[in-house]
Design a protein around this ligand. Structure first.
Ligand code: 0CJ
Ligand code: F3S
Length: 316
């Protein structure tokens, strides 16, 4: 039986960013250095495939520090942690390695700097997301006001509307965030902020690439986990840019082939926490069913790398 033809437009960059690469290396190197088990507070990155692979090597994933013993090293996930977490680990004299992405740490430092200048903070982010919890937790309770939408800006009641600064989660939608920043500037003309927002290079680049692909395709798949903020934003970006059928899939087995029957152009990307093997798996699943022409749509090149903490570069 001959296979129907299909063009697969692969958005690039896609997949692992420098912060994810570093966080996974940290867990692997910690297991090498100290042996198993190594505890990891929260999924190191939001990807089941990555987490399962590290678990097989000897990592134990827990949600809270209180679930870790005192005498085994613990790693904090790429999303960052509230100040109270390393403070408690130090109090318990635990060995810990912080795998917070340096671009998240940069936002933590920004928040502290504004706080030291006497400004109250507004954080643009998603309630309950570990990065938002970690970033808000850099300052004392109540110092950071959270806004999730432009509508939320109207109901903010800051101590002094002239003494405000804002920060953002790193994995937000660039376009939605611009709308929220505009609402903040309109209501609080003196609010201080970063040059644009704190969305990282990887999030920005993956969204740009999806914008280039979305108008070319009848369906777009994003490889990523349901709890991955940056991956879910890619699904929304595709929809907002003309591709109505845009779906998050964790791997090839989740593709709804019936739903895309008859299409001739499909877009594909992967969130910053999705490994290359899953991208290859999905491409191969398409090749099994279609005569695939692979078309790379590359809107940026990335060559950023982050070093692992010194403790892991030194011999045991
Ligand atoms: O928060 C981060 C530093 C991004 C980490 C990589 O992506 P992921 O999927 O683990 O996390 P998000 O839910 O934040 O996108
Ligand atoms: Fe860091 Fe952005 Fe990746 S904040 S972990 S480079 S998605």
């Amino acid at each position: 039986m001959t296979k129907p033809p299909l063009t697969l437009f692969l958005a690039a960059p896609n997949g692992f960013c420098a912060g994810v690469d570093r966080a996974i290396k940290i867990v692997e190197m910690a297991i090498e250095k100290w042996g198993a088990p190594i505890y990891v507070r929260h999924e190191i990155v939001h990807n089941k495939f990555v987490v399962d692979g590290l678990r097989d090597k000897g990592a134990v994933f827990v949600e809270e520090l209180e679930d870790c013993p005192d005498d085994r090293p613990v790693i904090f996930s790429a999303h960052g942690v509230a100040k109270a977490v390393p403070a408690e680990a130090s109090r318990r004299e635990m060995v810990y390695v912080d795998a917070t992405c340096p671009l998240v740490s940069k936002v933590h430092i920004e928040a502290e700097r504004h706080f030291a200048d006497g400004l109250q903070m507004v954080m643009i982010g998603h309630a309950g997301h570990p990065e938002t919890i970690g970033t808000m937790g850099q300052l004392p309770d109540g110092e950071v006001l959270l806004v999730e939408t432009a509508e939320d800006v109207a109901s903010l009641s800051p101590r002094n509307p002239d003494r405000l600064a804002y920060i953002t989660q790193t994995t937000l939608s660039v376009d939605d965030t611009a709308g929220i920043v505009a609402a903040l500037n309109a209501r609080f003309p003196k609010i201080v902020g970063p040059h644009k927002e704190d969305i990282c290079y990887a999030t920005t680049n993956r969204q740009e690439a999806v914008k280039a692909v979305a108008p070319k395709v009848q369906a777009l798949l994003v490889i990523g986990a349901p709890n991955s903020s940056n991956s879910r934003r890619l699904v929304e970006v595709a929809r907002a840019n003309g591709c109505d059928y845009s779906m998050l899939v964790q791997r090839a087995t989740e593709i709804d082939w019936r739903a895309i029957e008859g299409v001739s152009a499909v877009g594909l990307t992967a969130g910053a926490s999705a490994p290359q093997v899953l991208v290859d798996e999905v491409i191969n699943a398409f090749r099994d069913r279609y005569e695939v022409t692979l078309d790379l749509v590359e809107t940026a090149q990335e060559n950023i790398e982050f070093k692992v903490p010194r403790v892991l570069r030194e011999p045991a």
